[in-house]
Design a binder for this molecule. Structure first.
Ligand code: HOZ
Length: 443
């Protein structure tokens, strides 16, 4: 496979221009390629499983806008729904039938949620869910886990993964210590720490927020014993268990990660759920939901305030609804999961053949891979273990793949995403590129 694909002069020029008017040249830090070095590609258009940059170079897209593009880019049913909705009005700031339909559709697929409120971003949804949990319980403290990212609300910017991991900040400047004094940060998958925290402060804990499969420290599953104990402790102490399914919702399975935990742990359900990404199909839309009893604490029914001009936007809801309907077609998730498993297996085979230690994992259309230090290393189970993987090797691989037209996330702390538009041709091209790329020297 030739790597002679022309330069990236147009991206270079756009990046230089962008840096004059936008901090770091980007509107979200991880896009700046700081973790991997080099110039971010400016994307001009996308179709199916492909992106084209400003220089006309084509890439197989394994980012999928960081999760939403589960159908691939430019799906005809989604485009038609968006176009029709846009012609009917871009925003009303008033209720619409379509937002009721979307709420009904989500509730049908996620039985733990009896009522849901639509918002515009995952950050807003997680922040509002925490406020609601605090309002409903009358308690202040919250537990989060190191490496789990729940958006950039002040109280949650403590030892978060994703872009914060990229930039090496344990938290963010501009967040006064008093704002995070009620945030308890524990190690992911560590049952002992969890038990200690509840033993010490159980009566004060409003909620525990967790990514059931962490997608902001690459791809790390919560173990069953950890999740089971977490559920038991929350129930025993009256704390609300919040599943942040912004990444995993309608992505790892039709019913999200909670449906997978419920299969393994009969009766299992979180108390509250946060969604985003797939439910908007590529438009700004997110949501948080819970039982009717919890949700009735929210304004206008209850004392917990939350509002938004673009919440339930008519075009975004049309896009989300069309997406949710497509992913319910028979066999959709089996095919998606099969392709994603095949992708990871092919990458691992290429690494093994090249003598490079690597491990990887996937569920539904979400995946991750790690360059480990030895062939004996297991999949990381927490942030510290992710940090111990071979970053230099990942960065070299990222660039070698990008040069060969395969676009993985530009930081080892991010999960990857496969869409229904990815097929054998894209997988084979990825494996051929990987076999070449793994020959490239690390560092
Ligand atoms: N929050 C995303 C990383 N997990 C980044 C979103 C973006 O840059 O678009």
């Amino acid at each position: 496979m030739s790597t002679d694909r022309g330069g990236h002069g147009a991206s270079d020029a756009l990046f230089a221009r962008a840096q004059q008017v936008i901090p770091g040249g980007v509107n979200s830090p991880v896009r700046a390629f700081r973790a991997v070095g080099g110039t971010p590609r400016f994307i001009a258009r996308a179709q199916g499983p492909y992106l084209w940059d400003a220089d006309g170079r084509r890439y197989i897209d394994y980012i999928g806008s960081w999760g939403p593009m589960i159908l691939g880019h430019g799906h005809p049913a989604v485009l038609e729904a968006v176009e029709r909705a846009a012609r009917g009005g871009l925003s009303f700031g008033a209720p619409t039938e379509r937002e009721v339909e979307l709420a009904e559709e989500i509730l049908k697929l996620v039985p733990s949620v009896e009522q849901i409120r639509l918002v515009s971003s995952g950050t807003e949804a997680a922040m509002s869910a925490i406020r609601l949990a605090r309002g409903a319980t009358g308690r202040a403290k919250l537990i989060k886990f190191e490496g789990c990212y729940h958006g950039h609300a002040d109280a949650l910017l403590v030892k978060a993964g994703s872009g914060l991991a990229t930039h090496g900040h344990p938290t963010s400047a501009g967040v006064p210590p008093e704002v995070v004094q009620h945030t308890i940060v524990l190690e992911y998958n560590n049952v002992t720490q969890l038990e200690e925290a509840f033993a010490l402060q159980g009566g004060e804990i409003a909620c525990v927020i967790v990514e059931p499969i962490a997608g902001n420290m690459n791809f790390v599953r919560a173990t069953l014993p950890f999740m089971q104990r977490l559920r038991e402790l929350c129930s025993a102490h009256g704390a609300l268990l919040i599943f942040d399914e912004v990444m995993t919702g309608f992505r790892v399975a039709l019913g999200g990660a909670q449906s997978l935990f419920a299969q393994a742990l009969p009766g299992f359900a979180p108390d509250m759920s946060v969604f985003g990404k797939v439910i908007g199909g590529g438009m700004p839309l997110a949501a948080f939901g819970a039982s009717r009893a919890v949700m009735e604490n929210l304004a206008p029914l209850g004392p917990v305030y939350q509002a938004g001009t673009l919440s339930g936007n008519p075009v975004a809801t049309a896009c989300g609804l069309a997406t949710l309907r497509e992913i319910q077609r028979p066999g959709f998730f089996d095919a998606l999961a099969g392709n994603t498993r095949a992708l990871v297996a092919g990458l691992l085979a290429a690494a093994r053949d090249a003598g490079v230690p690597m491990c990887g994992d996937s569920l539904g259309g979400m995946f991750g891979f790690f360059f480990t230090r030895s062939f004996e290393d297991m999949l990381p189970q927490n942030y510290g273990e992710v940090m111990a993987t071979d970053k230099e090797r990942f960065n070299a691989f990222f660039h070698a793949m990008l040069e060969r037209g395969v676009y993985f996330a530009p930081a080892l702390y991010e999960a990857g995403f496969v869409s229904a538009a990815h097929g054998p041709a894209e997988l084979d091209a990825t494996f051929a590129a990987a076999r070449e790329a793994l020959q490239a020297p690390a560092g």
